[in-house]
Design a protein around this ligand. Structure first.
Ligand code: HEM
Length: 171
């Protein structure tokens, strides 16, 4: 059976090695070692999401306050890109598949998410071009990893070992 990682690579068109090139260096440090670039990116991204002209996509996020969604995302990104473990300190293990289980993470939703993230990255000046490329590959692969996980089952998803949430797969 094809693994979630394999499906993520096939559907996203991003090889695992490119998705996890974010681990080749420390992006948090490369961007100055402060939360600001990640706060900029997540604010930019979620402003687009919450103002999306496509209601079906906006509705997916209707249960969360924008400010909370921004904080959840930038704390996760800081942690995953080599900074302090802010997300886990406040929210626990990222467990991304499990946390996305309540939402319909379809191919269409992934493409819309990635559309907004592409635009957010393009217009965030505090992130350099090389980091943007690495981050986009990570986002594409992770988005389709979540689609695959969401499709697989909403019940049996806990405990799936992956490198999307931490640099070391979960036990
Ligand atoms: C949270 C949807 C992709 C990381 C959320 C939330 C929604 C959502 C509705 C709740 C907002 C909140 O309260 O924080 C989606 C959809 C995606 C997607 C439709 C399309 C594929 C991704 C990707 C990543 C990601 C690619 C990581 C690279 C997160 C994180 C949270 C989150 C870290 C916060 C979880 C928490 O604190 O409980 N997502 N997401 N998501 N998402 Fe996604």
């Amino acid at each position: 059976m094809q693994s979630l990682q394999d499906k993520a690579s096939e559907w996203s068109g991003v090889a695992a090695a490119d998705a996890f090139a974010i681990d080749d260096g420390n992006i948090f440090e490369a961007l100055g070692g402060t939360p600001q670039p990640f706060v900029d990116l997540s604010t930019n991204f979620y402003t687009r999401v919450y103002e999306d002209e496509e209601e079906w996509f906006r509705e997916i996020f209707a249960g969360s306050k924008k400010e909370d969604a921004i904080q959840n995302q930038y704390e996760f990104l800081i942690q995953r890109m080599g900074g302090p473990p802010l997300f886990s300190q406040r929210r626990g293990h990222p467990a991304l598949i499990g946390r996305h289980r309540p939402f319909l993470v379809t191919h269409r939703a992934a493409e819309r998410w990635l559309h907004h993230m592409r635009q957010a990255l393009d217009t965030t000046e505090s992130i350099d071009a090389d980091s943007k490329t690495k981050m986009m590959n990570f986002f594409r692969h992770t988005a389709y990893f979540l689609v695959a996980g969401n499709e697989m089952t909403r019940q049996q998803s806990q405990g799936v070992a992956c490198k999307h949430a931490t640099s070391k797969p979960a036990e």
